[in-house]
Design a protein around this ligand. Sequence first.
Ligand code: ATP
Length: 307
Amino acid sequence: MTGPTVALAGVTKAYGRQRAIAGIDLTVMPGERVALVGHNGAGKSTLMKLILGLIRPSEGRVELLGADPAGRAAGAARMAVGFLPENIAFSPSITGAELLAFYARLKRQPVSRNAALLERVGIAEAATRRVGTYSKGMRQRLGLAQALIGRPRVLLLDEPTTGLDPALRQSFYEILDALAADGASVLLASHALAELESRVDRVVVLNRGAKVADGTLATLRRFSPVSARIRLTLADPTDAAPPAIPGSVLAWTRIGGPVWETSCPDADKLALVRRLLAAPLELADIDVITPTLDEIYAGFLRHEAAV
Ligand code: ATP
């Protein structure tokens, strides 16, 4: 399939007068890793439920692998989706292998493939242990194994790395990378923006049910309302005057000693650095500080509140 795996056009989901999702357009291609970010109640889980076909839109159209996921003809599409809900809880008294066998039967998949799945998520040695004895990280990996049954073409993961230590998070993302490289679309809802850096191809920012930004991290940076900062260290540590750039009026903030900072839109930073390097200044150092993903996200929300 070369078209989108997930496509939403003008989708609104209203509960009474409240719109949990408001007029969203979204397409996800095979092999794409997309993060859905937003504050509590922004609409991330509702969006996932719409894609899963658990709820129907009040307005607009949702397509999953070319079918309406809530429609009669969506059986095959639903079988090709893996879902890891937020805070998934398993019965503590059954073993990992038993649990996976149960889900494999539900999905009409051969139980014989489960051993390889447990291996893939790194809990093969605990397969015959009761889930009640698993650590949080092991339960989360078991949840991922459950979502991977049947080699899904679309994976929906709701806050999948909450509570995982950095090493486990790393291996979690490596598994997702391999799945995407294999052609699966991965959609993950997250609050942990900083850890998404270099982990996803696109970030979709939701605010009160509406999409306020959608793009690669590079695009988001470029259009971010948050400025980049440029920090200069003057060569003469006794120099107390701000850097003087002929022909330009820049607002400088003294960080300490001969270190000064100014800001500019991300798109202009290269031109400014060139001007600074060409200026008659004795420089000891120059740093370009690009906004972090958290700052960009906060900037989009502030910007949205202000317009
Ligand atoms: P969180 O990060 O807290 O999980 P979220 O981004 O997943 O939040 P949703 O669970 O999608 O947010 O909720 C979006 C909004 O829709 C919230 O204001 C929520 O109260 C409302 N909402 C969700 N489901 C229902 C429902 N079944 N009935 C009424 N309101 C609902």
